[in-house]
Design a protein around this ligand. Structure first.
Ligand SMILES: Cc1cc2nc3c(=O)[nH]c(=O)nc-3n(C[C@H](O)[C@H](O)[C@H](O)COP(=O)(O)O)c2cc1C
Length: 218
């Protein structure tokens, strides 16, 4: 899969997945930056290394080259709806490496804007995910993929909206809940046993700093 000059990788270049996981070291943050269309314009060393592509293959390529088929389309619609609205958003994502292996990450998507609020670029900060978080999202993602296959993404969106209504929640709160409820590190970091109760009373900034502590962003 040579990325000779002018040949940029797209989803047609994606490898066949194999059932082998790449474990990301706890202290690593995999970063990539895209232009407003989702074309990769920057990637840090650890992102390049884990992806299996070389930097030259990644830069200029569409970010969907690392999309894993186990990821529901609706999750990326939610991400794009948020970031195009200049709202940051988090998602638990299973990604596909060049050799077909997979890796799980929790990703913060951040939109950068200029003084006139025009979008300059998007940055993704990815950290490793606790096993319990993966176990919490796998059944939901399986259900969403199955619905998408038989009835399309709109049906999956309706399913997800019912899922939120039944639980009296929304996407952002669900992600927080899944991560905090299932992350043993919260207690270790001194947030005690009642992390959920504490979260409810936290400001957005405090929550961000909690996530930074949980996932090791400096
Ligand atoms: C900054 C940024 C980072 C992204 N990172 C990923 C990623 O790690 N994995 C992924 O599958 N899609 C990622 N995407 C979303 C892709 O652009 C794309 O929407 C997704 O892979 C689904 O593509 P498809 O519907 O064309 O198959 C990212 C998008 C942006 C803007």
């Amino acid at each position: 899969m040579e990325n000779t000059k002018g040949k940029r990788l797209t989803k047609k270049d994606r490898p066949n997945p194999i059932n082998e996981e790449i474990i990301i070291p706890d202290d690593q943050v995999l970063i990539s930056v895209t232009d407003p269309k989702g074309i990769i314009i920057e990637a840090n060393d650890i992102f390049v290394q884990v992806s299996g592509y070389n930097e030259d293959e990644l830069i200029g390529s569409s970010h969907n080259i690392i999309r894993h088929p186990d990821m529901p389309k609706i999750m990326f619609k939610i991400v794009w709806d948020h970031i195009m609205d200049k709202e940051n958003v988090m998602a638990v994502v299973k990604n596909l490496a060049k050799d077909g292996k997979y890796y799980w990450v929790v990703t913060d998507f951040v939109t950068r804007v200029d003084a006139d609020r025009n979008i300059i670029n998007y940055t993704a900060y990815r950290r490793p995910v606790a096993d319990k978080v993966k176990q919490a999202v796998i059944p939901l993602y399986k259900a969403l993929c199955a619905i998408e296959e038989v009835a399309g993404m709109d049906a999956a969106e309706r399913f997800l909206n019912h899922y939120f209504d039944d639980r009296d929640t929304n996407y952002d709160d669900m992600v927080e809940e899944i991560i905090v409820k299932n992350c043993d590190k919260a207690a270790v970091l001194g947030f005690g046993d009642n992390v959920e109760g504490t979260m409810k009373e936290m400001s957005k900034e405090k929550k961000q700093s909690l996530f930074n502590k949980l996932f090791g962003v400096k």
